[in-house]
Design a protein around this ligand. Structure first.
Ligand code: NAD
Length: 322
């Protein structure tokens, strides 16, 4: 099978390309390297089944050429990361809405199946746990820029499902919950690599707000296993799946675990959101997935616990910072 992976030079994309190539598939990567880098694929370039195309999903002609030559499209390219979204509000919306629409139109033109990456952010301000795929989105006011990411990804889901339901091409949607692991950059507002870098450098660990907000963390290898499982499960088409870990942890407790595992002398410092982002920043209080739909579909069980995940990220960041 030949796959087109948009955003394949990014964090999740590069691990997915690795798995697809290992599975004997051919992979075309389309990436503009805005937050990813071809360096993430460096170790794979000896494989002749990998082709890197520097370019944007905004390029309709390029998309058309590529989609026409593959069997399956995996759309990961997006503006990602709270900091990146707040720093680039308009471009982020355009990439995530107009860019995705172009990918969908190309899939329609060639009737190619699509795997679409969405996000747990679409649940917005929901406070119950676990979150099920059928739960409502509770999105904040439009004056609070961070909700544009959730809205743009929700719109992507609506558009993709509309194409699917009209019989244009099969679509499978996955909502990733905080996915972490080697090669994730701390530059765009991702909590795990930031805390780990601070711990390694014995700098204060910055916990935003009062640290009571909770998350679950998924090792990127578990995430990739879920993606490849769904790709080889045709019955998944037309559905939305949560992909995430199950161990709920507050960010304050996460910082304590990172500090212990990294054997760091860092202090933990609570930083008001207003000092990091804008005055009217809002965060999601709680984000825990119900993964029973995914388990029923592909018998998925995360293999990595939180401590193992933290250890892997520490090893990766130590290597990079050495
Ligand atoms: N990592 C997470 O925790 C997480 C959580 C929820 C959803 N997601 C989703 O997973 C996908 C991958 O995210 P990631 O964490 O690997 O982030 P990433 O930033 O590493 O990957 C995104 C990739 O898309 C590329 N890209 C951005 N705009 C592009 C454009 N216009 N044309 C071509 N390429 C473009 C970037 O250069 C990057 O390589 C995204 O769709 C994101 O919304 C990730």
């Amino acid at each position: 099978m030949r796959y087109l992976v948009t955003g394949g030079a990014g964090f999740i994309g590069s691990h997915l390309c690795e798995a697809l190539l290992a599975g004997g598939h051919a992979v075309y990567v389309l990436d503009d390297e805005s937050t990813g880098s071809r360096a993430n694929l460096q170790h794979l370039f000896t494989n002749r089944e990998l082709r890197f195309i520097a370019g944007s999903i905004a390029d309709t002609a390029l998309l058309s050429r590529l989609v026409g030559t593959v069997h399956h499209v995996i759309h990961l390219a997006a503006a990602v990361g709270v900091k990146y979204i707040l720093d680039n509000p308009l471009q982020s919306i355009l990439t995530n809405v107009v860019g995705t629409e172009k990918v969908l139109q190309a899939c329609k033109e060639f009737e190619k199946p699509l795997f679409l990456a969405s996000t747990s952010e679409v649940y917005g301000l929901q406070t119950h746990a676990p979150l099920r795929e059928t739960d409502y989105s509770v999105i904040g006011a439009t004056s609070v820029s961070r909700w544009s990411y959730a809205c743009s990804k929700a719109l992507d889901e609506f558009m993709a499902l509309a194409f699917h339901n009209q019989g244009a091409f099969p679509v499978t949607i996955a909502r990733f919950f905080n996915t972490v692991g080697p090669r994730q950059s701390p530059a765009y507002g991702m909590v795990m690599p930031r805390l780990v870098d601070q711990a390694i450098r014995n700098e204060p660990l910055s916990v935003y707000g009062d640290g009571s907000q909770t998350r679950t963390f998924t090792h990127v290898k578990d995430c990739v296993e879920a993606i490849t499982g769904l790709l080889s499960h045709p019955e998944a088409a037309g559905e939305v799946y949560n992909i995430g870990g199950t161990e709920e942890v507050s960010i304050l407790n996460l910082s304590k675990r990172v500090k212990v595992i990294a054997d760091s002398q860092s202090e933990i410092r609570l930083i008001p959101y207003s000092e990091v982002y804008s005055r009217n920043f809002e965060d999601m209080p709680r984000r825990v997935p119900d993964i029973s739909r995914l388990q029923r579909a592909i018998n998925f069980h995360p293999r990595y616990g939180l401590d193992e995940i933290i250890k892997d990220v520490i090893a990766d960041r130590r290597r990079l910072l050495a």
